[in-house]
Design a protein around this ligand. Structure first.
Ligand code: NOJ
Length: 566
């Protein structure tokens, strides 16, 4: 079956059902609540939803510790509610992606319980064991400062088991063909219930060789092809969006040289360098990361994001660059996490500065790929640093000024709603912003619409227009004889930007054809009436305000664009 490539130009919205909307009054969000909010999401303009894990779980890692892959945690509803939900999404043309967490299970999963109970268990070889503690047990921990080791002794099994993440998340032996077959079965199950694909958790670890003698894990990339083939046989348009924070020289291994492996990956390279640029105004490392990740098969797509549900991982930056980000966005020690990241939402990181927030979102929407918006960011929600680890940025959605932000009628929600202060629900909520035409939320809705009307970004190829200003990024996309020019000023200062059109100007003196009719010399502003006509020497003078941004279509709306250079 042929994939219709819907993901090449989608708008993804990620949320946790438990933090979105509670209808049962137990203080945890549920599928029935989420269903009530689908019209809101559709109104915002998103085209696909990525749901974080909602399967039965002891919830020691916010659901990333799954105890049953074939069910819905009763806190969130039932399988019946889930199918009602996917049906309701389908009716609104919204696609659903769900998290696929198969690198590890919860230690409460019946497979692990059986595996640890006896060496003869049929599930023993589904996990990774060692009779003695491997020498490198303290290296490779993903959560330094919280997690001590990757091997723990299990009293029942009388062996050590491997866990890349927390000790309650034993790694599955993903090289075992039985485990691989089970992974396909899990995917098939949820596709049958209406999902269009998976955000696959921890992909580099899923495909890595694991075991006590493995010193340097080897990625078994061909597993990815097996996954891709299976889902496309079941449903032509299904995709895998990988969480793989890897170096650019391995990107093509993940996508496959012919696009035969993963359809999408999050672009962690661009994400980290983007925050460095926001912190310092220096766009050059960001430009380098755009170049180093530009190669991908025609059918593949990047997921571009600002913040997600985890810490902002800055582990790929140099330590100097990372320190610059900490200084700008996380000056207090308790804002930092795992020695590499920042546990904050975007709005407080940018000091709630509307100009910077708009610039950051405009930038994200203009990056090569499909934008991924985190719930609550559309209204500028904040974080709660009194909560442990990443819970700080996982507080419930703020819907209104009603008690508990309209999230629940229960006075004691499972995760506390942010109350009081700049980011409390009394100030930051959907209901108020809906009524205010100038709100961040309404701005976001307009920007999403504009992004959808600018298919060059999702489908086209980009070039970076050189400029002497290190603090300005100019992206130019071309697609089907159309071109757009997207300009962002990272600086707190205004900038006079001069752009030269490559086309020779024809006279635009009185009596002659006005330059406006010359497509090469005319830039149509997509966001306002502030269009630009080149002067007699063929230059555009664009006055960028502090943190200013411009979306131009090159030529008039219908015309073919020119080549621009600084
Ligand atoms: C990545 C997820 O994004 C994170 O939240 C989780 O803790 C780990 N994988 C383990 O599943």
């Amino acid at each position: 079956m042929i994939n219709d490539l819907w993901y090449k130009n989608a708008i993804l919205y990620c949320l946790h059902v438990g933090s979105f909307m509670d209808t049962s009054g137990d203080g945890t969000g549920d599928f029935r609540g989420l269903m009530r909010r689908l019209d809101y999401l559709q109104g915002l303009g998103v085209t696909a939803i990525w749901l974080m894990p909602f399967q039965p779980s002891p919830m020691r890692d916010d659901g990333y510790d799954i105890a049953d892959y074939y069910n819905v945690d009763p806190r969130y509803g039932t399988l019946g509610d889930f199918v009602e939900f996917t049906h309701a999404c389908d009716q609104r043309g919204l696609r659903v992606l769900i998290d696929l967490v198969v690198n590890h299970t919860s230690d409460q999963h019946p497979w692990f319980k059986s595996a640890r109970s006896s060496p003869d268990s049929p599930y023993r070889n589904w996990y990774v064991w060692s009779k003695s503690k491997p020498k490198d047990a303290s290296s490779g921990v993903v959560f330094p400062g919280v997690q001590k080791s990757t091997w723990n002794y299990d009293e029942k099994a009388r062996e050590y088991y491997f866990h890349r993440f927390y000790e309650f998340q034993p790694d599955l032996n993903t090289s075992n063909p039985e485990v691989q077959a089970e992974i396909l079965k899990i995917m098939g199950f949820w596709m049958q219930l209406g999902v269009s694909g998976f955000r696959m958790d921890a992909v580099p670890f899923v495909i890595a060789t694991k075991g006590p003698t493995v010193r340097k894990p080897v990625e078994q990339y061909d597993m990815l092809r097996t996954f891709a083939e299976f889902i496309s046989w079941r449903k032509g348009s299904a995709i895998v969006l990988a969480e793989a924070n890897v170096l650019p020289n391995t990107d093509m291994e993940y996508f496959g040289s012919e696009g035969e492996r993963l359809q999408m990956m999050f672009n962690f390279q661009v994400n980290q360098h983007l925050f460095y640029a926001l912190a310092t105004t220096d766009t050059h490392p960001l430009i380098a990361s755009l170049h180093s990740t530009s190669r991908r098969p025609a059918t593949a797509q990047w997921g571009q994001f600002l913040r997600n549900h985890d810490e902002l991982d800055l582990g790929r930056l140099t330590s100097q660059q990372r320190q610059a980000c900490f200084a700008a966005f996380a000056p207090e020690k308790d804002m930092q996490l795992y020695h590499r990241g920042i546990r904050r939402r975007l709005a407080p990181m940018l000091h709630g500065d509307r100009r910077r927030l708009e610039m950051a979102y405009s930038l994200m929407l203009s990056l090569p790929g499909t934008p991924v918006i985190r719930y609550g960011d559309e209204i500028g929600m904040g974080d709660d640093l009194t909560l442990p680890e990443r819970n700080a940025l996982r507080t419930p959605m703020q819907w209104s000024r009603d008690p508990q932000g309209g999230f629940t009628t229960n006075p004691h929600p499972k995760n506390p709603v942010i109350t009081g202060g700049t980011y409390g629900f009394e100030h930051i909520n959907v209901a108020d912003q809906r009524r205010d035409p100038n709100s961040l939320m309404n701005w976001m809705e307009r920007m999403i619409r504009t992004r959808k009307e600018t298919p060059e970004i999702g489908w086209g190829n980009f070039t970076i227009i050189r400029t002497p200003h290190r603090d300005v990024l100019i992206l130019r996309y071309t697609w089907q004889d159309n071109a757009v020019l997207l300009i962002h000023n990272f600086s707190p200062d205004p900038i006079d930007l001069r752009l030269r059109s490559s086309a020779k100007p024809t006279s635009n003196r009185a009596g002659k054809r006005p330059a406006k009719q010359q497509p090469d010399l005319y830039l149509t502003n997509i966001l306002s009436n502030d269009h630009s006509t080149a002067d007699s020497s063929g230059r555009h003078l664009i006055l960028l305000e502090p943190y200013g941004y411009r979306w131009f279509r090159v030529g008039s709306q219908e015309d073919r664009g020119p080549t621009l250079d600084a």
